[in-house]
Ligand binder design. Structure first.
Ligand SMILES: C[S@@+](CC[C@H](N)C(=O)[O-])C[C@H]1O[C@@H](n2cnc3c(N)ncnc32)[C@H](O)[C@@H]1O
Length: 207
């Protein structure tokens, strides 16, 4: 049972996907709130949540800044659930949820001020393609902020090795994350852990 649930973290669908979305909305909330308080959010313009899952981060972003908020996810179930969670702001035009892969974003060049992504990067099959696509859509001065709590030690060990193997996910170290930013053209790359050294934000800026 737990395996079926966990397997749905990659691309939630069906019964177990619905349960997983509920679980992620609940268990990722504190981390998301902490992360968004560290990130400089724009007052206007546009912010995107990449791999938005059930849409709770989108809702927080909506309450925390005046920018237009987009949520994107390649799972149709997530698009539906995130849409429900944000229905009022979708009606008013402040929020939009789009079905899309991070490797091919539905935005024009230089149109986004800030991109965030919570607990999603592990599943991106083509991370370099995704990063250069994100760079394309960011405005000059715009930032990408990757938030995660499964972080490998630099010697390759880590407490999430089993789940990483089970889910066949990409289990990154800080160095690997930072080099993903740098080799795809991001500047001012920096990392910050929370007080307990569990939650990590890696950020980079488009010049
Ligand atoms: C572990 S969930 C996290 C969801 C949400 N960010 C949260 O914190 O609750 C990972 C999400 O990323 C999405 N995802 C994974 N790979 C993706 C890709 N290549 N393009 C778009 N979405 C992706 C999945 O569908 C899933 O909703």
């Amino acid at each position: 049972m737990i395996k079926r649930l966990t397997a749905n973290a990659r691309k939630p669908q069906g019964f177990w996907g619905k349960l997983m979305i509920k679980k992620m909305n609940a268990t990722h909330y504190d981390m998301t709130r902490w992360a968004l308080e560290q990130i400089k959010l724009p007052e206007g313009g546009a912010v995107v949540d990449l791999g938005c899952g059930g849409g709770r981060c989108v809702k927080l972003l909506d309450s925390m800044c005046g920018a237009k908020i987009y949520g994107v996810d390649y799972s149709p179930l997530c698009v539906k659930k995130a849409g429900r969670k944000n229905r009022r702001s979708i009606k008013s035009g402040k929020v939009e949820i789009l079905k899309s892969s991070v490797e091919k974003l539905p935005f024009g060049d230089c149109s986004i001020d800030c991109a965030v992504s919570v607990e999603s990067i592990y599943f991106w099959d083509e991370p370099d393609k995704a990063f250069s696509e994100i760079l394309r859509v960011l405005k000059a001065g715009g930032s990408l902020n990757i938030v995660c709590e499964m972080v490998k030690n630099s010697d390759g060990t880590g407490e999430h090795t089993d789940v990483a193997e089970f889910l066949k996910l990409k289990y990154y170290s800080i160095d690997e994350l930072e080099s993903l930013f740098k080799r795809n053209g991001f500047e001012n790359v920096s990392s910050v852990f929370d007080e307990e050294n569990i939650r990590l934000i890696v950020s980079g800026v488009k010049r």
